[in-house]
Design a protein around this ligand. Structure first.
Ligand code: TYD
Length: 133
């Protein structure tokens, strides 16, 4: 599985403006059990710094932009989330960090499961150990 999996989210635009629809198990390969969004992130703040054991997520910057670091324990990649027309699919054991939020950034996340702290790996050394195991 590639570390960077973009999903195109085509706009159904007309002369009124733009609309993007995301359908579970169609546009994205999982059922959506939770939606959350991050906004009003303060200057200089970075977020994330964790991996998930089971969770699948699609992250889309629906306004503004932020930089995401993805790390599978072997390689580390930087991407900019800066378009409401493409999302990044994150599945498997991947460490993620979000940096450089623009003041207008709204980062929408669709998640396959309800919030469960037990699914988080928040310690980088533990993450590396789980990748090796
Ligand atoms: P946190 O995991 O620190 O966010 P990030 O990884 O983006 O830095 O979450 C912030 C707080 O919100 C924390 O108290 C847990 C809570 N939270 C929920 O209650 N439900 C959720 O779906 C998420 C993502 C977080």
């Amino acid at each position: 599985m590639s570390l960077i999996n973009w999903i195109d989210l085509p706009t159904r635009g007309d002369d009124r403006g733009s609309l993007v629809a995301i359908e579970a198990e169609d546009s994205i390969p999982f059922k959506v059990n939770r939606v959350y969004y991050i906004f009003a992130t303060q200057p200089g703040v970075s977020r994330g710094f964790h991996a998930h054991l089971e969770l699948k997520q699609l992250a889309v910057c629906v306004a503004g932009k932020c930089r995401m670091t993805l790390d599978d324990g072997q390689c580390r990649e930087e991407i900019w989330l800066d378009s409401p027309e493409k999302g990044i699919l994150i599945e498997g054991l991947v460490w993620r960090e979000m940096h450089d939020f623009s003041p207008d950034c709204v980062l929408l996340v669709l998640a396959s499961e309800h919030y469960d702290e037990a699914d988080y790996v928040r310690d980088y050394a533990q993450f590396k150990a789980k990748v090796k195991a």
